[in-house]
Structures are given as structure tokens and as C-alpha cells.
Ligand binder design. Structure first.
Ligand code: G3I
Length: 378
């Protein structure tokens, strides 16, 4: 069985379902210097059996044509940066507001794109009313009602859900590595299983995903966190909990070292459990880099190329999303601002929507992995 052809078949089916047509598999046409149409990240990804995309914001899709065009051209998989989190969806304990989330789904549908849901259960982005409302007695019900309502609203329409986000924090000192989140405190460690089962009850088609960060590098602390994530996923599988994928967020920092065998082995262990791996929030912060724009761009693009070159060798890596499409709006300018005040250069398109070296590094990583993609033979 050739994994590439399996991945390719999967994407053909989902593309046909979304657009009613099959995409040409050859990306040979078109001149080398264009970045849209046949030379877009979207087409190169699809050609090699991959889903590729980015996090988006509904208001920008509606109000900024260049943003919308770039997203439409370059992505076949979207995720809402914030619009599907508790805080955005739940203005009050008895109210849901799907306006922004539905706008993103409508954009994806209109452009033949799939959509990831992010996320059904997290310790951040909880609405203001949560702290004063949630108790040990009602938290489980709050969680399952939210999931049933939200995953039910999108049932049958999503590629996947980040059902639980960032549940592991080794620093909290528990043997199982679970983060001491409000969900753990109020519901107990079974909140993760409860969330996955509620999501499957509400939506029988979305690929249910556990998503986390800080599991990419071969440092002792990231190795430890990876081990706790793997143990969590193994426990869920052993209990027959419906889980289909692990999201590796991949918020990398240039100069922090490159991922290696530890991540590769982790992806393979996840694959051995029958799970896919999605690269869910890829970006490379350049806040530690001095030097000229060219030097920074080169270092950032090299890390993208090295990282994708490593993960795309693994057949169960099926989707790559960057956390944003343009440097203009990257969260990194708020959370990891450069000391010199220069804007971050961390995504495939710069603040003026010109393709950066990251764009070309991603596109060639999509192309080159298929040549080295090991076919398992039939
Ligand atoms: O929309 C309100 C606006 O009305 C208000 O005026 C403003 C005041 O600060 O806040 C706005 O909401 C902000 C929201 O982003 C939309 O811009 C929140 O304060 C801010 O906390 C929120 O930050 C997001 C963060 O997750 C927390 O939800 C970032 O944009 C988003 O990039 C970041 O994404 C996370 C992933 O979900 C999980 N993995 C890590 C990643 C980076 O932190």
C-alpha cells in the first residue's frame, strides 16, 4: 500500500466533495515565479496529498480583499484563530453567538476549503462569566452542554476538532503531567475523556484531535512533555475513547535549536496507535535574531524547511497549518515582540502580502517530501 496514494486518495475525495471537481495532480505547469494558481501552497500541497492552510479571522476575510484573496489562493484548510473558542461563542451562560464562526465556515465552503474547529475545551479564552458560574457540581454539565451545542452546530461540516487543547503541563507536578486547569480542578482528570466522547456524540465525522505545544524539540523538558502527551493518548485509546489525531502546534523560535529524532519517533508512536498528526499552528518567531531582514528571513525559512522536511517524511502527517498567513497580524508581535521594535517576519507572506522565503521553503518542502516519501510497497 502506498501511503502517498492513500493520502492522495483521501484528499481527492475531500476535494471532490468540496468543489465537485478533481484538481490536476501535476503542478509542473506555470512559471516558477508565480505564487498563486498552480504554484500556490494550496496546489502544491494537494498535488502531494497534503492539506495546507492557516488560521483566519472572520472580520479580515470580510473587510480586507487582499487578506481574503491570499487565504483563498493559498489554503485548502482553515482554522478560526479565535472565533470558535468559548469566549467568542459564549457571550453569556445562556447565549451562543456563531456569527463569526459561521462566516468563516461560509468562506471555506465558498472556496472549496476544509475547516478545523479550535477548540472545545481549553483553560484559556474562557468567557468572563465562567469563573463566577462554574462549580464542581455543574462544570461537567457546562462542558458537555457546550460541546453538544457547538459540535452539534457544525456537525458534518468540519475536517476536525481540537477537542482538548494544552491539557499537559509537566511543571504542575502531577505524575500524569496534567495541567492544573479549571477543568481538572472542577471536573477531575476524566474531563478529557468526557470531552472527546461528547464531541463524538455530537459530530460523527470530524476527526477528533488532542492539540498541544512545546513538544517539538529534543530538549529534556519537551521530551518529558511529549512522553506525557503520548501516555495520555495511549490511555484514551486503551479506553476506547474516540480520538483520531494529535495536533502538534509547532510554535518554533529561530535559534532555539531544530527538532530531531524525538519528534520523529513521537509522530511514529502516534501513528502506531492509528492516529494522524496535524501540524496545527506553525510559525517561527525571530525575536531572538539580530541581523538584517535578509539574514532573519534566511534563518526563519531554513527552520521551516528543516522542520517540514522532518515531519513530512512521516506518512501520518496529513495537514500543515500556519498560525496566520501574513506577518501583518501575527500574534507574535504581541506575545514575543522583538526588542528592536521591528515587526516579526514569521509567516509565508509579509505585512504587504509579498511572499517571504518562508513561502518558498514551505512549497519546496511539500514538493520534496513526496520524492523521498517511503512507499510501503504492496
Ligand atoms: O476581540 C477582543 C477585542 O474586542 C478587545 O478590544 C481586545 C482587548 O484586548 O481583546 C480582543 O480579544 C483578543 C483576541 O485574541 C482577539 O484578538 C484577546 O484579548 C486575546 O487574548 C486573544 O489572543 C489569542 C490567544 O490565542 C488567546 O485566545 C490570540 O489572538 C491567538 O493567536 C492565540 O492563539 C493560541 C491558540 O488558540 C492555542 N495555541 C497557542 C496560540 C498562541 O497563543
Amino acid at each position: 500500500m502506498h501511503i502517498r496514494s492513500t493520502r492522495r486518495n483521501f484528499l481527492q475525495q475531500s476535494t471532490f466533495a468540496a468543489t465537485g471537481c478533481l484538481l490536476p495532480w501535476s503542478s509542473a505547469a506555470a512559471s516558477a515565479d508565480t505564487v498563486d494558481g498552480p504554484r500556490s501552497l494550496r496546489t502544491h500541497a494537494q498535488t502531494h496529498g497534503l492539506l495546507s492552510g492557516c488560521a483566519v479571522v472572520a472580520e479580515r476575510l470580510a473587510d480586507e480583499p487582499t487578506y481574503a484573496d491570499t487565504v483563498a489562493q493559498q489554503a485548502n484548510l482553515l482554522v478560526a484563530e479565535n472565533a470558535m473558542k468559548w469566549r467568542a461563542l459564549r457571550p453569556a451562560a445562556d447565549k451562543y453567538n456563531f456569527t463569526q464562526a459561521d462566516a468563516i465556515l461560509a468562506f471555506a465552503d465558498a472556496h472549496g476549503q476544509r475547516l478545523r474547529g479550535h477548540n472545545l475545551c481549553w483553560h484559556e479564552a474562557l468567557p468572563e462569566w465562567f469563573q463566577s458560574t462554574a462549580t464542581r457540581e455543574n462544570a461537567r454539565r457546562l462542558l458537555t452542554d457546550h460541546i453538544q451545542h457547538v459540535a452539534g452546530h457544525f456537525a458534518g461540516k468540519l475536517h476536525s476538532w481540537d477537542v482538548v487543547n494544552e491539557a499537559i503541563d509537566v511543571k504542575d507536578g502531577r505524575p500524569d503531567g496534567l495541567r492544573k486547569s479549571p477543568w481538572l480542578e472542577l471536573v477531575g482528570p476524566d474531563y478529557i475523556e468526557i470531552a472527546f466522547r461528547a464531541a463524538r456524540m455530537a459530530d460523527s465525522t470530524a476527526l477528533l484531535t488532542y492539540n498541544d505545544y512545546g513538544i517539538e524539540l529534543d530538549t529534556p523538558e519537551q521530551e518529558q512533555k511529549r512522553a506525557r502527551v503520548l501516555e495520555l493518548v495511549q490511555r484514551l485509546k486503551l479506553k476506547g475513547v474516540p480520538i483520531h489525531a494529535v495536533g502538534v502546534q509547532s510554535h518554533l523560535t529561530a535559534g532555539d535549536g531544530v527538532p530531531g529524532a524525538g519528534l520523529r519517533d513521537f509522530i511514529r508512536e502516534v501513528g502506531a496507535l492509528g492516529l494522524q498528526v496535524f501540524i496545527t499552528e506553525l510559525d517561527v518567531s525571530d525575536h531572538n535574531l539580530a541581523g538584517s531582514t535578509v539574514e532573519r528571513d534566511t534563518a526563519v525559512a531554513k527552520l521551516y524547511g528543516d522542520y517540514l522536511g522532518l515531519v513530512l517524511k512521516e506518512p501520518n502527517v496529513t495537514a500543515i497549518l500556519t498560525w496566520g498567513i501574513t506577518d501583518k497580524y501575527t500574534w507574535l508581535n504581541h506575545e514575543h515582540a522583538r526588542r528592536d521594535g521591528q515587526p516579526q517576519r514569521c509567516l509565508p507572506f509579509d505585512a504587504e502580502y509579498k511572499p517571504t522565503p518562508v513561502f518558498f521553503a514551505m512549497r519546496s518542502a511539500y514538493d520534496s517530501h513526496s520524492q523521498t516519501q517511503p512507499s510501503l510497497g504492496s
